[in-house]
Design a protein around this ligand. Structure first.
Ligand SMILES: C[S@@+](CC[C@H](N)C(=O)[O-])C[C@H]1O[C@@H](n2cnc3c(N)ncnc32)[C@H](O)[C@@H]1O
Length: 247
């Protein structure tokens, strides 16, 4: 894992430690939310998940993963922070259909059997997309879907970058005025589309999810992409042996 992402893991571990110490029991999700409750679409974006092999990337407390497991999906919830993983294990260990893993999502995708669906509620922007997206080549089956939310505009009103570079953002520890630094890839939708296409995926839709309060500029984008059933011929060209090799 590169240094900048190792720093992110340390920050999320401090966040998880803080939440474990607070001991506040958040309620179960009564309705699926993509980042901002009651804003934007819900679980219907994922379609029928019964029986699907699903990965929750950057699962945190694990409430979304548990929600899908209760609907009959076979869910793996992966989080690289030991304390974020601990929060999920304290709450959901032994839940039928749910496997909780503490691992880097990229390492996991490289090794795992391919998933039918990889989704993420705001875990993706903490991982270098040039490291993550190649790992999906192994981790997502042909026809499988990759659905994720990503920060688009922060609450101060800073919009997305037009280059594939991370930038500092603040992460406030709940119930305090303490801000921690995280590095996030906050990219313009056009950049996300280029990256997804570059890695053999098709982008089906991008949906805006805006904070409902007029004084809060926070806005996310929900990206729904998929791996084609068949590998396009231009990809085959790259992997075909050259004429010299076949002599
Ligand atoms: C914004 S939180 C989202 C948590 C959860 N999805 C939710 O909606 O409550 C981002 C999570 O991604 C995790 N994360 C960041 N980088 C990761 C990586 N490389 N592999 C796995 N998890 C990662 C963090 O530890 C953190 O728990």
């Amino acid at each position: 894992m590169p240094d900048i992402e190792t720093d992110n893991r340390a920050t999320w571990t401090a966040y998880g430690t803080h939440q474990l110490a607070r001991g506040i029991e958040l309620p179960e999700l009564d309705r699926w939310a993509w980042d901002i409750p009651a804003a934007g679409p819900g679980i219907e974006v994922l379609g029928d998940v019964t029986g699907l092999r699903v990965l929750d990337l950057g699962s945190g407390l694990g409430r979304h993963a548990a929600f899908l497991a209760a609907l009959g999906a076979r869910v793996t919830a992966v989080d690289s922070s030991p304390t974020q993983h601990q929060r999920a294990a304290d709450r959901y260990a032994g839940t039928p259909g749910l496997r909780l893993l503490c691992a880097d999502a990229v390492d996991h995708l490289r090794d795992a059997d391919p998933y039918d669906l990889v989704y993420s509620v705001s875990g993706v922007p903490f991982v270098d997309p040039r490291r993550l997206l190649p790992a999906l080549a192994n981790g997502l089956r042909p026809g499988g879907r990759f659905v994720f939310t990503a920060l688009h505009t922060n609450s101060r009103g800073d919009g997305p970058s037009s280059q594939v570079v991370p930038r500092p953002e603040t992460l406030r520890l709940p119930g305090t005025a303490q801000d921690h630094l995280v590095h996030m890839w906050v990219l313009a939708p056009r950049l996300w589309e280029d990256l997804l296409v570059e890695h053999g995926l098709i982008l089906d839709s991008v949906t805006a999810i805006d904070a409902p309060q007029p004084d809060n500029a926070a806005s996310y984008r929900l990206y729904a992409a998929r791996r084609p059933q068949r590998v396009p011929s231009r990809w085959l060209l790259y992997t075909s042996p050259s004429p010299r090799d076949t002599r």
